[in-house]
Design a protein around this ligand. Structure first.
Ligand code: FAD
Length: 460
């Protein structure tokens, strides 16, 4: 239905703030970008539409951090690792004991994580502004510089002026509003499905572990799901429960099942996804209670505030990271991070297949600075799951540890641009890399900032 258009009267809008670096979106990428910018001396604000930080890890209750290692050594270090370790230290003693040494698939205690993020951004000097949505950008007359953004919140509409801006919305909202070209999903517009994640209390982990151990069959849970699908207790679709993240012996985070056909850049789709997601969760709760030992008394404590969204826009950057780069474990002269997470593309419909592609243990590829530089804009970086890559690589780069790394690099780059009074493309890459190394970021064995070729294709 087309209801036509109206012309909105011109209005004077107050300037509510002026900052050096403005970060939009408070997920993993945004948190790291803002902290790095502030620690580098920039006056920094982070704007987030929810009442807390964490993005998908708290908003959507994604239950665990993906691996920080390449199965041999930690490759995601720097701020991302510090923040995860800080969450561990703030958790209950039992949690600490169990996960102290673990770096891969560390369960998220969302309430602890929210507070850890609050404290980390405040300590670094970042000014947070929650409950605030960015709905437009204002660009310079030549269109190449963003002068600031239009926000709306309970206080009304206003303008935030900034010198540099980092788009960490996960959806590339700021880049898209600035006219940066982007792609969304596959050739036919298909998108990875969303999932409504949730927390179950009153579960009995020892009993569940005995159930798995007694059968001595690692596929037992998979078979239980298959049986439930056959009996109509669960809908068709993904047959494994990949994401059970035990926060304690009584509390588990669940990432299971899919909601299809949701475009996370459309409010109508998100609305349908939320409702359908909650219905899915109820059906799964009934399945767990009936089919899975240890879950008989499970109680649903919370589901995500929104459906978890895996994929929306991929912006066009100065370089597009491809599956060839991934498979060849390529390195680049402007690497700002490394990635070893497998290509993990979830089925777009209940009848299609998942796509997986793993690098061998100990091998990673480089993430070049240029994937975060949206074409045509001089003072904008994009970090997080919408950076410039093909669809396959997005299926790998999108996970939280990588988003921290990319955010940290953008925030640090912004402080160099600020110091030199220059744009995002004119900073010294060797200096950026050197700064990142000083911040404990890992860029490869024997990495030398500025070296043209860095052991391309070698196990890193
Ligand atoms: C179901 C599911 C399971 C997953 N499993 C894992 C897993 O096990 N481990 C893992 O590490 N990763 C996992 N991921 C991937 C990971 O959670 C996300 O890709 C990652 O959080 C992306 O980080 P980000 O910072 O780019 O964006 P997000 O986490 O999406 O954060 C973006 C933030 O920006 C805010 N925002 C957006 N637009 C605006 C706007 N216009 N104005 C103001 N604020 C705005 C949002 O509210 C949000 O807080 C999963 C994802 C999903 C959906």
């Amino acid at each position: 239905m087309n209801y036509g258009h109206i012309t909105v009267p011109q209005a004077e809008v107050p300037v509510s703030r002026e900052v050096d670096v403005l970060v939009i979106g408070g997920g993993a990428a945004g948190i790291a970008a803002a902290i790095s910018a502030a620690e580098g001396g920039a006056s920094t604000m982070i704007v987030e539409q929810r009442g807390y930080l964490g993005g998908m890890g708290t908003v959507a209750l994604v239950p665990a951090f993906c691996p920080y290692t390449d199965k041999v050594k930690p490759i995601i270090r720097g701020l991302g690792l510090k923040l995860m370790e800080r969450m561990k230290q703030a958790c209950d003693p039992g949690y600490q004991e169990e996960y102290r040494e673990q770096l891969d698939w560390v369960p998220i205690d969302p309430e602890v994580l929210k507070r850890v993020y609050d404290n980390a951004v405040l300590e670094s000097g970042v000014t947070p502004l929650f409950h605030t949505f960015v709905y437009d950008v204002v660009r310079s007359p030549d269109g190449q510089t963003i002068e600031g953004v239009m926000i709306v919140n309970k206080s009304g509409r206003s303008f935030i002026r900034c010198r540099y801006i980092i788009d960490c919305t996960g959806d590339g909202d700021i880049a898209a509003l600035s006219g940066v070209p982007f792609q969304k999903g596959g050739g036919d517009g298909e998108l990875q499905p969303g999932s409504m994640c949730y927390l179950l209390a009153n579960v009995d982990r020892p009993r569940f572990s005995r159930f798995l151990a007694e059968t001595g069959d690692t596929g037992q849970l998979h078979r239980t799901v298959e049986q439930a699908i056959l009996e109509g207790a669960l809908p068709e679709g993904r047959k494994s429960i990949s994401g059970l993240a035990w926060v304690s012996d009584q509390l588990v985070g669940v990432n299971f099942g899919h909601v299809f056909g949701v475009d996370g850049t459309k409010a109508e789709d998100l609305t349908r996804g939320a409702i359908e997601g909650r219905r899915t969760v109820l059906r799964q709760l009934e399945f767990f209670r009936k089919y899975v030992p240890g879950f008989e008394q499970a109680h649903l404590v919370a589901s995500g505030e929104q459906l978890g969204i895996r994929e929306t826009r991929r912006i066009q950057g100065d370089y597009t990271l491809t599956v060839d780069d991934f498979v060849a474990a390529r390195s680049f002269p402007d690497d700002i991070a490394r990635n070893a997470y497998y290509i993990d593309i979830h089925l777009a419909t209940s009848k299609s297949d998942m796509t997986f592609n793993h690098l061998p243990p100990g091998v990673s590829h480089g993430v070049p600075y240029r994937v975060m530089l949206p074409v045509g804009i001089r003072n904008l970086w994009v970090a997080g799951r919408s950076v410039s890559s093909d669809r396959a690589v997005q299926g790998s780069l999108r996970v939280m540890p990588n988003c921290f790394s990319m955010g940290q690099a953008c925030g640090t780059a912004a402080t160099l641009a600020l110091r030199d009074g220059t744009d995002s493309r004119s900073i010294s890459i060797p200096e950026l890399q050197q700064r990142l190394l000083e911040q404990d970021v890992w860029l490869g064995e024997n990495f030398v900032p500025g070296a043209a070729e860095q052991d391309a294709g070698q196990a890193q």
